[in-house]
Design a protein around this ligand. Sequence first.
Ligand code: KPL
Length: 302
Amino acid sequence: MSHLIIGPGAMGRLLALRLAERLPVTLFGRRSLPHRQTLTTPEGEHHHRSLECLTPDSLDELDASRLTAVHLVTKAYSAEAALATVAPRLPRDTPLVLWQNGFDVQPRLTRQRQGPTLCATTTEGAYSNGDDSVVHAGHGSTWIGHLDGHHAELAATLAETLTGAGLPAQAVDDIRVRLWHKLAVNAAINPLVARFRVPNGQLRDPALHPMVDAVIEEVEAIMVAAAIPPPPRGFAALVWDVVAATADNRASMLQDILADRPTEHDAILMPLLRVARDNSLETPHLAALHQQLEARQRPGRA
Ligand code: KPL
């Protein structure tokens, strides 16, 4: 039995290379990648492995009848298009795991798909070091589950598989809450570091700290309206803990801006702005951040 990873970015390749130490794995992406890939571990070891890498042109080679699970590890904005390329070849009951940031594709695909659809969220750190090399920058944890708590056995099996492959994972029945907590962290950190082009830790500077606090305040009110329970020490502690733990990191949205790629601002900010609108909450800071990121992506932008 094998796993298909759709999306050969840093996280997709980390997943593929870790799983490939124990199971057959196929990687699918829009463009071809070298089959021979190197994974550098957080301990500085280099693991070399050959992966089956398919593109839309070679998709006929996929043996979908043997798939245990498909992992969709693309950016949120390209998830549905990437899945649509492969979906016609998959048995309808193939389990799918969604690894996207935000809370956009998850409810839609969970509703639309016939097969079991789980969501995962992770704190594993990885970055790409060229087309044939990925660096596992730091160990983290992964949580996996169905938005309505279904398919507990499947979530447990997949968590066990990931853990066995060196990515400690836990099956949970509250993945919806965990995704919203991650969304709160991403909303407070990503747009601001992208706007000011600074590493996460610089948000602690006196000039930027109040801006983060203002966003957190809006997010807190939205979470109350959305009936999302706060994390044990509250949203502010959660955000500032992540800022401290990832102080030297360039957040994913800043990396997207620097590489002139689209950003995930819709997937991260729109779920919050929708709850705010539906509950008549004033969220000037979140709205302004969304507007700035949206303007950057419109044709003819400055
Ligand atoms: O998830 C992240 C991201 O970069 O998208 C954070 C937590 C902000 C770490 O950089």
